[in-house]
Design a protein. Structure first.
Length: 191
């Protein structure tokens, strides 16, 4: 199955907030680099469509984790936070966060294929994700916490929720980490 098939299957799971979800997705697909953006400058799927690949992977992994750990959490919440947890990496409509790196030495010698756009207002990526999503989709407190703290305790600022994470926050963190470090690095072949 192609990436676009997985992405479209996830979109079909949204029922209760279908209209705002579809408006948000239309904005992402038509006014940002959502369908083509890398997931990072160098390491984490620093390739065309890397962000979409990662986001779809996280949403699918999150749904799997939900199925055996927390089936009472709605699939819709899982899809929304899974797909959009890193949407802040897009920057803003008309101002992509990642730009192709025009420094050939950095690309050739260090593998840094993208650079961040200095014209995008500086803020944390999770904060930017919440900013973008909340303009279209009403999030529950639990969904907002999950997106805001999805990097877990790897981020010093996230210690404010240490040992107070909602189950969705933990599931999103684990799904994000598992997807990036097991599936995307190809380490799942050893399991």
């Amino acid at each position: 199955m192609e990436l676009s098939d997985h992405y479209n299957a996830l979109k079909l799971k949204i029922m209760d907030r279908k209209e705002p979800f579809e408006r948000f997705v239309a904005m992402l697909e038509n006014e940002t680099t959502w369908l083509t953006a890398p997931a990072s400058t160098r390491f984490h799927l620093a390739q065309e469509r890397g962000l979409l690949k990662h986001s779809v992977g996280v949403a699918e992994t999150l749904l799997r984790f939900r199925g055996f750990l927390a089936p009472k959490i709605s699939e819709e919440s899982c899809v929304i936070v899974g797909l959009f947890h890193d949407v802040g990496k897009l920057g803003a409509p008309g101002k992509p966060y990642y730009l192709p790196n025009d420094n050939e030495g950095m690309v050739k010698n260090r593998g840094i294929c993208y650079k961040t756009n200095p014209d995008v207002v500086t803020m944390g990526l999770a904060v930017r994700s919440l900013y973008l999503i909340s303009q279209y989709i009403s999030l529950s407190e639990t969904e907002a916490q999950a997106i805001a703290y999805h990097d877990g305790q790897y981020i010093d600022d996230n210690k404010v929720v240490a040992h107070k994470e909602e189950p969705l926050t933990l599931l999103l963190h684990w799904a994000d980490y598992w997807t990036a470090h097991i599936y995307e690095e190809g380490r799942d072949k050893q399991i």
